[in-house]
Design a protein around this ligand. Structure first.
Ligand SMILES: Nc1ncnc2c1ncn2[C@@H]1O[C@H](COP(=O)(O)OP(=O)(O)O)[C@@H](O)[C@H]1O
Ligand SMILES: [Mg+2]
Length: 596
């Protein structure tokens, strides 16, 4: 993985800015925690010196650096003081730890929420073409996993960057007051080695983890593809090849897993051993100082504890780069989405009017990231109230052409005009108000039947919804549903049949009551019986509206005022059914091929 650009770090930090005040309090909590952590270790000194070993020194407790001293007349009072101090110290540690963690989570969650909302907003604004070009899995993974990763790495990063140095600083400061500096230095001398080792192992571990992850993805791929295609595997006699392939991937996974195991089972003990070296230096030299009475037993005990407690923050700090890399990579994927330029603002432009005609002038269209244009130069003109059809083989560009009209796609050349006004000058929102569409893949949301119809005109009353459903021949079957219009139709309308879904979509279009109707293979997915049920509703919907239709049924097409034959990115011919049958070879072929 190449290092993410620094600008991403700055951009991630910008998300923290609105929460400066809370971050300030959280940092305060971290400082408090570090101080009281060191104090709690310092309390070992009087316990050892004055409670367990009576010989040592006067009955005082001094906080170094600030030199606050407390003196006591007898050991019982001192004991009471130390116990109370322990309670106070741990209480403060707990409170500040809670405050720090709660506030950091709050800030992190707010950032997560903001990123997720921004992403969803972007999905509502980015060019549709881009959105459809992405795999749905990727969109989900960015919105869920990557945002989560940014959350955890932000919280961990900020916490570790600030808290751990605090903790280390106060532990070192404490150590320096307990024993001669030379001993502190000697005991801490192993720390850089430990840090180096952690980094080294971390890097190796990352490589092994990535390797294992890739292998598990390969295995999943082989499994899902080959098990599903087992029929083909056997017919073609490829069982042995596939088995060998699978076993090879399997072996690869074993290899990387064992690498991981070797690293993780080696790094722990090695680290403990190195830490042990540090402690042994502390014990040997510190013990010598105790024996020669240069320091007290209490100083020695507190010092060794401080040496041992410094190990954890060091480890967190060395892992910092890992969480940074993870978060930055996720941020990069998120920002890549957020930086997609918006589609034209739906509210910019003059209000749409459609009184006379819609026309295409040398319209071209090429999908983003592809070479060949789907539409090369399309010229056509449709007068208000006309019914026109588009025919041509699958993949020729009929759907693409229709999507240009509500500006769900923008032409890459030429111009579409409505009453002579170029579409880019018209506000997309008002333009889309003029249109309703019924397409092959009906989109229904997991809501009630009523709400799904109402999507055509939010705010429409129940009576209007019902009238639309009647017009679409949907009222009857809706009445037969368990909760009628209040029935929740399940994910994508899965509880309804294809014909029922289609009639709900038609009711939605009826409710919208728009002057232009786009029908893109509205009945193509249906069996012939459902198709007949839907056909009447479609015809009723189309009557009195300017209608652009792509259909496979000859009866639908031949009734149209004009039929456009699409071929090779152009309008090859246009005319009524009979005209085309007599003069257009391509049309005759299409008719016979598609058995229109
Ligand atoms: N989002 C997309 N990105 C790239 N190419 C696309 C996209 N959508 C459709 N295409 C391609 O554009 C061509 C026309 O598709 P389409 O308009 O759906 O054809 P039709 O509706 O006539 O069957 C096809 O070759 C299709 O593969
Ligand atoms: Mg199509």
């Amino acid at each position: 993985m190449s290092p993410p650009p620094r600008s991403h770090l700055r951009r991630m930090l910008a998300y923290l800015r609105p929460h400066r005040a809370l971050l300030g309090i959280a940092i305060g909590c971290m400082g408090l925690y570090a101080v009281f952590h060191a104090l709690s270790i310092l309390l070992m000194k009087p316990i050892l010196d004055n409670i367990f070993f009576t010989t040592a020194g006067p009955l005082t407790f001094t906080i170094p650096y600030v030199n606050w001293s407390f003196g006591f007349p007898d050991r019982m009072k001192f004991l009471a003081f130390v116990s109370a101090a322990i309670v106070l110290t741990y209480f403060t540690k707990s409170i500040s730890s809670f405050g720090q963690e709660y506030l950091m989570t709050w800030v992190g969650m707010r950032i997560l929420q903001r990123l997720r909302n921004q992403l969803f907003e972007k999905y509502t604004r980015m060019p549709l073409e881009f959105l459809e070009g992405e795999r749905a899995g990727k969109l989900l993974s960015v919105s869920l996993n990557d945002v989560g990763l940014v959350y955890s790495s932000t919280v961990r990063l900020v916490t570790d960057v600030i808290l751990q140095p605090f903790v280390i600083l106060f532990l070192v400061l404490l150590a320096l007051t307990l024993v001669p500096p030379v001993l502190s230095v000697a005991s801490f001398v192993v720390l850089p080695f430990i840090a180096g080792l952690i980094t080294y192992f971390g890097r190796k571990m990352k490589r092994a983890t990535t390797g294992a992850q890739v292998k598990i993805e390969d295995l999943t791929q082989v499994l899902s593809e080959k098990v599903a295609g087992m029929k083909i595997v056997r017919i073609f006699g490829q069982e042995e090849t596939e088995r060998a392939k699978f076993e090879r991937e399997s072996e690869g996974y074993f290899h990387w897993s064992m690498k991981q195991a070797k690293i993780s089972s080696l790094s722990g003990p090695l680290m403990v051993f190195l830490g042990g070296l540090g402690v042994s230096v502390a014990v040997y030299y510190g013990g010598y100082l105790v024996v020669t009475q240069a320091i007290t037993t209490g100083s020695f005990g507190a010092f060794v504890t401080a040496v041992i407690s410094i190990y954890r923050p060091i480890k967190s700090l060395t892992n910092l780069n890992n969480s940074y890399q993870q978060g930055a990579a996720a941020a990069e994927r998120i920002f890549a989405f957020l930086d997609v330029p918006d589609a034209p603002d739906p509210d910019v432009g003059q209000p749409a009017r459609f009184e006379r005609e819609m026309s295409f002038h040398q319209v071209q269209f090429t999908y983003n990231g592809t070479e060949a244009p789907v539409l090369k130069n399309v010229d056509l003109s449709i007068r208000k109230g006309e019914h026109v059809a588009f025919v041509g083989v699958s993949g020729i560009g009929k759907t693409t052409l229709l999507m240009l009209i509500p500006r769900l796609l923008e032409p890459t050349g030429g111009e579409i005009r409505l009453d002579g006004v170029p579409l880019p000058e018209i506000s997309p929102r008002t333009l889309r108000r003029l249109m309703a569409a019924v397409v092959q893949e009906v989109v229904l949301f997991n809501d009630t039947v009523g709400a799904n119809i109402q999507y055509g005109r939010p705010g429409a009353g129940m009576a209007e919804v019902e009238a639309a459903a009647r017009a679409a021949d949907a009222h009857e079957f809706i009445q037969a549903l368990p909760q009628k219009y209040e029935t929740v139709i399940g994910d994508r309308g899965s509880k309804l049949s294809g014909g029922q879904r289609q009639r709900i979509a038609i009711a939605r279009a009826f409710l919208k009551n728009a002057p232009i109707l786009i029908l893109d293979e509205a009945t193509s997915n249906l069996d012939s019986e459902s198709e007949r049920e839907v056909q009447n509703a479609v015809e009723r919907l189309a009557s009195g509206r300017t209608t652009l239709v792509v259909a496979h049924r000859l009866s639908t097409i031949r009734r149209c005022d004009r039929i456009y034959v699409l071929r090779d990115g152009r309008i090859l011919d246009a005319g009524a059914h009979e005209e085309l049958m007599s003069r257009c070879e391509a049309y005759r072929t299409t008719v016979s091929l598609q058995s229109l």
